[in-house]
Design a protein around this ligand. Structure first.
Ligand code: BGC
Length: 373
């Protein structure tokens, strides 16, 4: 009898233990309120080469620290194995939330699965994590619109559209070349599609001409968003398609770093001197070096994305998850990561040219006037 009772107790204890183990699974660490006070949050950023990620990382960290969380902020030098390693370490160290801006959106599925098993929630930061169901939220900008804005500013710079976006009647033809971002970054296709959908009618009616004939995403994408690769491609385009007296009048560039490489190739080929005008060149990120080029008139435009807002939203989402609240989202249909539609919070981009850089970038406190001198 005594023995039976004891056995029963052991079974009951085992049940309690296994129930506890169950509740220690996915979701148990988040949503349990005060338990998560001072919890560790892992923040994985791709690189310090692009100035924006430094600003993003610092802002996310500062916002999380204000909420009392510990932060492990890591940069992966654009190297996928390094980022994999950094995220594995964050999981081992007991992070409760991961905020990830990936290098290759599809290369972290093992880490996402391990995170889910450990009850860690994942926020995909700016770049969508793809190919896995264990992506809880996405914070980014309206990336398709970024591409639309880049294309519109190219058209405005060429004089095809006026400042209000109305057709001027100017028909060119204008010689333009097209660049896209890294094929492993989900954003790159969004930018490209937004831009090409906007430019398509102007290619069709002959207002814009791509002398190289290279317009498919595959033929214009720049692996790793590498400025040197963009420079080499521009040099190649100039040599092969513009050696007959034709000149390049516009370049659709999706990112300031690439614009810089493109500009350098053009200047090396004599553009910007001796009466050979530099083309209209677009960009993205409002990097300080590029805003200076815009002020100097060598780059036409960039797209400003207020990374302070993005960083803050990621921190707010993390805090919500750690205190048992459901994070707010404003888009539940645009971002399918090949396995599911990831609930998203998206911000709006803004076109910046010489005409509005002061009000957009300085008056908003994003940069000081002296940073742009
Ligand atoms: C970001 C852009 C950035 C690019 C290169 C994209 O994923 O959305 O803001 O210009 O990566 O770093």
């Amino acid at each position: 009898m005594k023995y039976k009772k004891l056995a029963g107790l052991v079974v009951a204890a085992g049940l309690v233990a296994s129930l506890a183990a169950c509740s220690g699974g996915r979701g148990a660490t988040t949503g349990s309120g005060t338990d998560n006070k001072g919890a560790l949050v892992g923040v994985a950023m791709p690189t310090k080469v692009d100035q924006r990620w430094i600003a993003d990382g610092n802002a996310v960290k500062a916002d999380l620290q204000k909420d009392g969380y510990k932060v492990d902020l890591e940069y992966a030098n654009n190297d996928i194995p390094t980022q994999v390693q950094q995220i594995n370490t964050m999981i081992t160290k007991g992070a409760k939330i991961l905020i990830i801006a990936s290098i290759n959106g599809g290369s972290l599925t093992d880490q996402l699965d391990s995170a889910a098993k450990a009850g860690i929630k994942v926020i995909s930061y700016d770049r969508l994590l793809t190919g896995d169901k264990n992506v809880d939220y996405y914070v980014s900008f309206d990336n398709y619109k970024v591409g639309v804005y880049q294309a519109n500013s190219l058209l405005t710079g060429l004089g095809v559209l006026d400042a209000n976006g109305k057709k001027t009647g100017k028909k060119g033809p204008f010689n333009v070349e097209v660049f896209a971002g890294s094929p492993d970054d989900n954003n790159a296709t969004f930018f490209y599609n937004g831009a090409m959908d906007t430019l398509k009618p102007y290619f069709a009616d002959g207002t814009l001409v791509v002398r190289s004939g290279q317009t498919s995403f595959k033929s214009v994408a720049i692996q790793g968003w590498d400025p040197a690769t963009a420079k080499a491609r521009m040099q190649d385009l100039i040599a092969k398609s513009y050696s007959n007296g034709q000149t390049v009048q516009g370049v659709l560039s999706p990112y300031d770093g690439l614009s810089d490489g493109i500009l350098s190739a053009l200047q090396g080929a004599g553009y910007g001197s001796g009466g050979k005008q530099l083309p209209i060149i677009t960009g993205q990120d409002a990097e300080i070096a590029s805003v200076k080029q815009i002020i100097a008139g060598t780059q036409y435009s960039t797209i400003y994305k207020d990374t302070r807002k993005l960083a803050n939203q990621a921190a707010v989402m993390a805090n919500d998850l750690l205190t048992g609240k459901k994070p707010a989202v404003n888009d539940t249909k645009s971002y399918n990561n090949k396995v599911k539609v990831v609930p998203s919070y998206l911000f709006q981009p803004v076109v910046v040219t010489k005409d509005n850089y002061k009000s957009v970038l300085i008056d908003s406190g994003y940069y000081t006037a002296s940073q742009l001198q």
